[in-house]
Design a protein. Structure first.
Length: 425
């Protein structure tokens, strides 16, 4: 019933997840990459990826890949891969709107024998409880009789040039045993690291959402330890370095937990847990602690400024880095913005400098107009918030030179030795 030879793939959503996937499949098989953002389609057709996940050379190698913002162009496809975002709303509840709209769009195209595979991170059960009913309603077809579904959670790590879509082991699942086998076969066409076929879609969904939840809880523990050690005047990095000499110690580091994965995905799991009558205490406690770190950073900075007799109100602070992680242009859900807002509560003037980001996006998302070049000998405080390679290459002297003769340097990312900075998280 299913065959590789007549495979025609549609990838819906061409962000960090969808584009690398479309490019890899597009090197061998006919693929249409779809996105509602016409500017995104235009830049990809011109051979450029503004997310910097895929090089111009890699784009050119995908000779079977075309791009479109017209959903009707996908009518001839028979294997749909959905890679749209799954954000949270202002109340930290899952926002499934992009997923539902993508399902509605695909539903209008579905034919007998088609397969729809979801890669977006969701809570266990979302594919079959939310997406499939939409597909059935719009298409008029019957699930697991006329069309089928699969789930293969994304594992993309933005900015990571070592762990790419092809060399990260892929979890796959299908709505029937035969479909599960075929979905697994399709992904094995490009995944050199191999695949793991989960026994059900719910298992695959759960596996994905706990990957980031586990990281979130572990980072929360280290953040709490950092707060404790700071109160005891113990260097957290020195403690972690010593503890890491034990073979099974997990080398997490404290810091801001932003982005659209680790800081978001746990809320999908807690939402489902609460819906079935269970209050997840540890996961939500970790989320609260990680969400509070921006305020903690500013408190530590202010205390150190006061100790140095630096006037706080009206002071100028430079923040190096706005993206949610190093060597990545994405500012979505960055927790650096929490530091900006908290500093402004003290009537502190804040400048942000980030060579990786699109300044117009920072203006659009957060109302911030980043400086193009920080002034020398100008700032009362400097916060190294994101460990971009450019900041590391600058070296401690150049970064110190942004500050006045008396200033505070806060190294959130342990880029420099302790004795070279005033505060480390």
């Amino acid at each position: 019933m299913f065959g590789i030879n007549n495979l025609k793939i549609a990838v819906i959503g061409l962000g960090y997840v969808g584009l690398p996937l479309a490019v890899e499949f597009g090197k061998q098989y006919p693929v249409i990459g779809f996105d509602i953002n016409t500017n995104r389609i235009g830049s990809l057709q011109a051979g450029a990826d503004h997310t910097l996940e895929v090089s111009d050379d890699e784009l050119s190698q995908a000779t079977h890949l075309s791009y479109s913002s017209d959903i009707n162009s996908l009518k001839s496809c028979n294997f749909f891969i959905v890679t749209v975002p799954t954000p949270i709303d202002e109340y930290k509840q899952p926002d499934l709107t992009p997923l539902i709209r993508a399902s509605e769009a695909i539903g209008g195209l579905l034919k007998s024998g088609d397969i729809v595979v979801y890669e977006s991170t969701v809570y266990p059960g979302a594919t079959e409880e939310v997406c499939i009913p939409v597909l059935e309603k719009v298409s008029g077809l019957i699930f697991n009789q006329d069309f089928y579904a699969g789930y293969s959670p994304e594992r993309i790590n933005p900015g990571d040039k070592e762990h790419r879509v092809t060399n990260i082991l892929k979890v796959t699942a299908g709505s029937t045993p035969q479909v599960a086998d075929f979905v697994d076969q399709v992904y094995n066409l490009i995944i050199t690291a191999g695949t793991h076929k989960a026994p059900s879609i719910k298992v695959a969904e759960a596996a994905k959402v706990i990957e980031n939840t586990q990281r979130d809880v572990n980072i929360a523990l280290i953040n709490e330890l950092a707060v404790i050690f700071n109160k005891m005047d113990i260097d957290t990095e020195a403690v972690l370095t010593a503890a890491s000499t034990k073979w099974n110690f997990l080398p997490f580091r404290p810091g801001l937990v932003g982005g659209h994965c680790i800081g978001v995905d746990p809320y999908y799991l807690t939402h489902k847990a609460q819906a079935i009558g269970y209050n997840p205490e540890i996961i939500l406690a970790g989320r609260r602690l990680n969400d509070s770190m921006g305020e903690y950073v500013v408190t530590q900075l202010i205390k150190t400024m006061i100790k140095k007799r630096i006037q706080v109100e009206g002071a100028r602070v430079l923040i190096l880095g706005l993206s949610f992680k190093e060597n990545c242009p994405d500012v979505r859900n960055t927790k650096v913005i929490d530091i900006v807002h908290e500093l402004r509560e003290y009537n502190i003037e804040v400048d942000v400098y980030d060579p990786w980001i699109d300044n117009s996006e920072a203006e659009r998302e957060y109302g911030i107009n980043p400086v193009k070049t920080p002034s020398a000998n100008y700032y009362d405080g400097v916060i190294l918030a994101v460990a971009h390679s450019e900041f590391i290459d600058m070296g401690i002297d150049k970064i110190r030179n942004f500050g006045k003769d008396s200033h505070v340097l806060y190294d959130l990312k342990y880029v420099f030795e302790k004795d070279k900075t005033d505060i480390r998280l």
